[in-house]
Design a protein around this ligand. Sequence first.
Ligand code: CA
Length: 227
Amino acid sequence: MRVLLVEDDEPVAQSLRRGLIRYGFEVEWVSTGGAALSHEDPYDVVLLDLGLPDTDGLDVCRALRERGDVPIIVISARSDETDRVVGLELGADDYVTKPFGVREVIARIRAVMRRAQPRTGVAAGPDAYGARLTIDRKAARVRLDGEEVPLTPKEYDLLAFLTEEPGALMSREQIMEAVWDANWFGPTKTLDVHVAALRRKLAGAVVIEAVRGVGFRLEIAKDAGVS
Ligand code: CA
């Protein structure tokens, strides 16, 4: 699914972009209303910040709605209720208020997409990692030998991140930034706790190797093809 992200705040945009990509979305990021309106590649949903440098996001919302029925989710830093009401009146399908989590945004995207195109389109299947493990990034579900593995949200996020590129060494800082917070400077003990939980829950399917002083590397277990 392609998301057009219209957001001028770079840290917010980058963090959201990374989060969405981790859940299997494609993200086109533009930082002005003008760029949003002149964007020509097709997209399935728009995440639209209202506070833009060149135009009022509400005007962008109105212009996009006049062109077609692509779902629009307004992102507002303004706590002002009237913005949301006006946004919805101008044709936005939903809104999120800053600060928000990636999960909240994804839940809104899924909800508006369900309403927008019931039962159309081909659902992407889960990704297989070896013969035993599958991850359905759209549904945020993990199965081991066909059985759903109960993971906490952070365990899922960590697994989703580490399996983006099996075999790649990820530093603690990269992992903390991607999974816990965009700007993490604290201790990383919680990371070790979550790695331990994943090792226990996915024993035999993946190996999460600790690289001292650096971070972690996830490999698909060699015997994962034998079940
Ligand atoms: Ca803004």
